[in-house]
Design a protein around this ligand. Sequence first.
Ligand code: PLP
Length: 394
Amino acid sequence: MSQSELHGQKLATQALDYVQVISPYVIGKPIDEVAREFGLTDILKLASNENPLGASPSARRALQDLTDLHIYPDGGGFALKGAIARAFDWVPAGIILGNGSNDLLELAARAYLAPGRNAVFSAYAFAVYALATQATGARAKIVPALPATHPTMPYGADLTAMAAAIDAQTSVVFLANPNNPTGTWVDAAQLRAFLNAVPPHVLVVLDEAYSEYVDRCWYADGRFPDGLVLAREFPNVLVTRTFSKIYGLAALRVGFAVGAPEVIAMLDRVRQPFNVNSLALKAAEAALGDHEFIERSRRINAAGLEFMVAAFAKRNLAVIPSLANFVTVAVGFPAGLVFDALLKAGVIIRPLGGRVDTGGLSCHIRITIGTAAQNERVLDALDKALAQLRSEAR
Ligand SMILES: *Cc1c(COP(=O)(O)O)cnc(C)c1O
């Protein structure tokens, strides 16, 4: 080992113990890299729940004016917060913008977690909850999910168990609704009962990254809870939303959180002054008003989700119930093998398993809902991959 490598290793051991033990977020290979490696030209990426329709056309138009690239962004996000306030009937002081909603999850963790405290979340929750928690030195209390054999919501969050897991050291609860990577959800009655059981000093981060994909009638009929309605009633609820999914702006990194102004003020203290860039601010404001695009995205996703669920039923592959823009399916082989086989066909999906909090889903893959043609292609590739694996297994 070289002198500088030795020095580097010494310095690594100087990092905080709880940082050294974090297992890093696994980033998928970039499309260009996959293309080069396998000599492919037409890669289909259905791995990160991006919008297959692209970005909102209004947002794209808003990005064409590049005259002010030398000027710092508006660190207060005045215009975008104003638009969000009007769209959701909320006070601007109760809104904070983030460099993606990941940023907001981090800010909540930084403001409320530390060694000696803990965060409660479900098994099979979004991987960032564990990372954001561990980076503060707080303990992650991961609550077992509903069993795989549950009649309606296999692998879903067990809110009763989560409420019971909250102790005197709990400062934060993370809950995604619908959840990623499972697609599962909690209904309005369950969530309300849970919030009534949570001590009022515990911050409940309700991650609604996929909420725009839920059928509007489910909200109207009270079948699906609207976090913004709950946040009015429960000041300890912090709702996070993102422009990365239905609005199609994942590359720009912008999200927002809505909550009690007093809580938002605490997150604001630990926020970088210019955490959201100017282009993201402009595009997000335009995307928020592009109702036609949002509606079309929702409709195409709903049709695609129905198609994929039916296709898997026909193949006797068990899917986890989903209200989001992806479906997680048991493929009968270790997810990594299926991932590799699909990769060779130029289709990138997300294999689950391999992390502490996804143990038990090691033969599941998550597939983002694409356009009709993309859905056909991934199914075709999966059929071939599974046939190949079955013939090898014999
Ligand atoms: C995709 C996703 C987000 C959004 O992350 P951004 O940082 O806004 O891109 C947040 N929560 C969950 C559960 C997600 O799946």
